[in-house]
Design a protein around this ligand. Structure first.
Ligand SMILES: *Cc1c(COP(=O)(O)O)cnc(C)c1O
Length: 368
């Protein structure tokens, strides 16, 4: 007989679970369907997860359908179809791949970090670096950003100097802040470990950190197919890595971690550079409109989202007000190191963006 299946959390075997996972964990965006039902709204604007609102490239869909035909076989362990396309897209770099960039981050930490090793994280930022480092029993040290969310290289180097691996997100989630390549170069020259530069949103920024790969062999640049390439559901990430790191990463990775279908879908999407670039210019236009037309103060953003200051309301309060008008955005209250009065709003489809601006107008400038 199985135990109590209706509430498995009450099992006496719960004591077996690591303390780390008794509570907390990754914070997911509210489900659009749930909010729509609560408020009796037919169509909800989904602006909480930085997704591309448009469907994937037809080339990606075609490749995926073809790849399904061969799903009886294990994937090619060298993921050659994808890494070959990456080399065609970016030029002659070394790459590793994973199940989303999240998967790459997890494997990279597993490759490098022993229990008690220092992992440094520039905050406020994406929460998964910390979660993945704690899973490996790392000693996580946070490096606070300046008041304007820029990175102080002096502060960064002071804390990260002897870390095994340090995480710097640029453009940063959730602030949108872009760190200049010269600052990254200064950091790379001064630290003794690896710098993991998270470039999930780099396509929207106009900044190119790839040339730094030729100068440093302690730089890893994480990329994802989830944002600019519209493949969040396919879970494909990759990284530019120094050549020496490739065999070690592959040894630490779960065997066959990236499935055949997702790998081929990603390769197909990389073949459609024009489709990606069209979305990027669309995002840039709307990013400007968001900052000009939304009545709240915002930070300059190099990403496909904008962070707004909601004070005197908290981010959570603003999220509830917007949800009541059919607009789902992300409260930044769960980002450690950030005060509780910010929201992060993704650039969505045009109707979703218009709905957001209209809702903000009603909330901030109610007519008498
Ligand atoms: C979305 C995101 C990722 C990872 O996305 P995957 O879907 O796992 O590839 C990584 N870093 C940041 C900052 C992100 O916002």
């Amino acid at each position: 007989m199985a135990g109590n299946t209706t509430n498995p959390a009450e099992s006496r075997y719960e004591r077996l679970v690591r303390n780390l996972y008794r509570s907390g964990g990754y914070v997911f965006a509210a489900k659009a369907g749930d909010i729509a039902r609560q408020h009796g709204i037919a169509r909800v604007a989904r602006l909480a997860s930085n997704e591309n609102p448009w469907p994937p490239s037809p080339a990606a869909v075609r490749e995926g359908c073809e790849a399904l035909q061969g799903a009886n076989r294990y994937p090619d362990e060298s993921v050659a179809a994808l890494t070959g396309m990456l080399a065609r897209f970016h030029g002659g770099y070394s790459f590793v791949t994973g199940v989303g960039m999240d998967g790459v981050i997890e494997t990279m930490i597993r490759t490098l970090v022993d229990p008690g090793d220092r992992v440094a994280v520039s905050v406020p930022t994406f929460s998964f670096y910390r979660l993945a480092a704690l899973a490996q029993a790392a000693d996580v040290a946070e490096i606070p950003r300046a008041q304007d969310f820029s990175v102080s290289t002096r502060e960064f180097i002071g804390i990260a100097r002897d870390a095994k691996i340090s995480f710097l997100c640029t453009p940063n989630n959730p602030t949108g802040t872009v760190t200049p390549a010269d600052d990254v170069r200064e950091i790379l020259s001064a630290i003794s470990g690896i710098l993991f530069l998270d470039n999930a949103y780099v396509e929207f920024s106009g900044v190119d950190y790839r040339p730094l790969m030729d100068e440093f062999d302690n730089l890893v640049i994480g990329r994802t197919m989830s944002k600019a390439f519209a493949l969040a559901g396919a879970r494909v990430g990759y990284a530019f890595v120094p050549g020496w790191l490739v065999p070690f990463y592959n040894r630490a990775a779960t065997p066959f971690t990236l499935n055949t279908i997702s790998a081929r879908v990603a390769a197909g999407a990389l073949g459609d550079r024009e489709g990606m670039e069209e979305y990027v210019s669309y995002v840039r236009r709307w990013r400007e409109r968001f900052r000009e037309e939304c009545p709240l103060p915002s930070s300059s953003s190099g990403a496909n989202f904008v962070m707004f200051d909601t004070s005197p309301l908290t981010g959570d309060e603003m999220v509830r007000l917007l949800a009541g008008k059919g607009v789902i955005v992300r409260s930044c209250a769960s980002f450690p190191g950030l005060p509780d009065h910010y929201i992060r709003v993704s650039i969505g489809d045009s109707w979703e963006n218009e709905l957001f601006l209209a809702a903000m107008e009603e909330i901030c400038r109610p007519r008498a």
